[in-house]
Ligand binder design. Structure first.
Ligand code: NDP
Length: 282
């Protein structure tokens, strides 16, 4: 098979930023986001730094509140409630994961649904389920944007989504269904993963297992979207064995440089949307 199309998330994210710059210039406010980070997990630190940096580059306001690992759930929620009341704050993002003693669901539920730029509040998850999304979780939204940019149709296609997490698998399966794909969600209890993958025209892998998807598991001409970010011996690997699978794929997203940059781009898009919706409400 000829070389596959590389789904270049950096390039697509840049085109999103160009559009956002224009939208931001038309807004009556400079959108402001507050990141809440708990503890000193190096991956969380690096994700929040990248998000803050991107805000700066777009002329948006982004700042981080850091709590110690031992902070109480009530203290985090108390801070969120005060940010909810602050009219000068448009978006609130709690960087996950949270320490085990904090109830993630309760924390996420405390965010004002109109400031929930990660799209994880049950109200926003429910709207997505109803096919009337407001804030779509960033990674799933980025996957759709990536496919759209490269004119890869999803309507009527058989899609396998690997993983059913709240943050990637479930919402991306829902979003693809909203876009008229025929979606199969696979997870750790799926009986014959290879059979499911072989009959799929598009595979979205979000399982967190380095190189789990191998060339013999996918059909010729498949479109591969690799969400995985796995740190192995100082390297970042996807959930798909890029080097072997690319010989069978018609299109494939690399790791890094595929879905990752799209996730931050969609966060910025949600922040601009939040500021727009709030300025319309006021
Ligand atoms: P979770 O650990 O929350 O979920 C993993 C899912 O994969 C679960 O549904 C699990 O099934 C399923 N799974 C695990 N092992 C297998 C297997 N062998 N076969 C089939 N299914 C399996 O992960 P996330 O959804 O949070 O993240 C997935 C990956 O995506 C990670 O590498 C993460 O770092 C990356 N990620 C990347 C982002 C980006 O911006 N590019 C953003 C967010 C995540 P079960 O439900 O049965 O346990």
């Amino acid at each position: 098979m000829s070389e596959p199309l590389i789904l270049d998330g950096k390039k697509v994210a840049e085109s999103v930023y160009q559009r956002l710059l224009l939208e931001v210039s038309l807004l009556p406010v400079v959108p402001r986001i507050v990141f809440l980070r708990v503890g000193e997990d190096p991956a969380s630190q690096s994700y929040v730094r990248s998000k803050e940096k991107r805000c700066l580059e777009l002329g948006l306001r982004g700042e981080t509140i850091v709590f110690s690992e031992s902070v109480s759930e009530d203290e985090v929620i108390g801070k969120i409630l005060s940010l909810n009341r602050d009219k000068d704050v448009n978006g609130i993002l709690v960087q996950l994961p949270l320490p085990k003693h904090i109830d993630k669901a309760r924390v996420l539920r405390s965010i004002d649904p109109y400031k929930d730029v990660d799209g994880l509040h049950p109200e926003n998850a429910g709207l997505l389920l109803q096919g009337k999304p407001r804030f779509i979780p960033c990674t799933p939204a980025g996957i759709i944007e990536l496919l759209k940019f490269y004119n890869i149709p999803v309507a009527g296609k058989r899609v396998a989504v690997l993983g059913r997490s709240e943050i990637v698998g479930r919402p991306v399966a829902q979003l693809l269904t909203n876009h008229d794909a025929t979606v199969t969600v696979c997870h750790s209890k799926t009986q014959n993963l290879t059979a499911e993958l072989l009959r799929s025209e598009i595979v979205v892998a979000a399982i967190g297992k380095p190189k789990l998807v191998q060339a013999n598991m996918v059909s010729s001409g498949v479109v591969i979207v690799d969400v995985g970010i796995n740190r192995v011996d100082g390297q970042i690997l996807g959930d798909v064995d890029f080097d072997t699978v690319k010989s069978k794929a018609s299109a494939i997203s690399p790791v890094p440089g595929g879905v990752g940059p799209m996730t931050i781009a969609m966060l910025m898009k949600n922040l601009v949307l939040a500021a727009t919706l709030q300025s319309q409400k006021n």
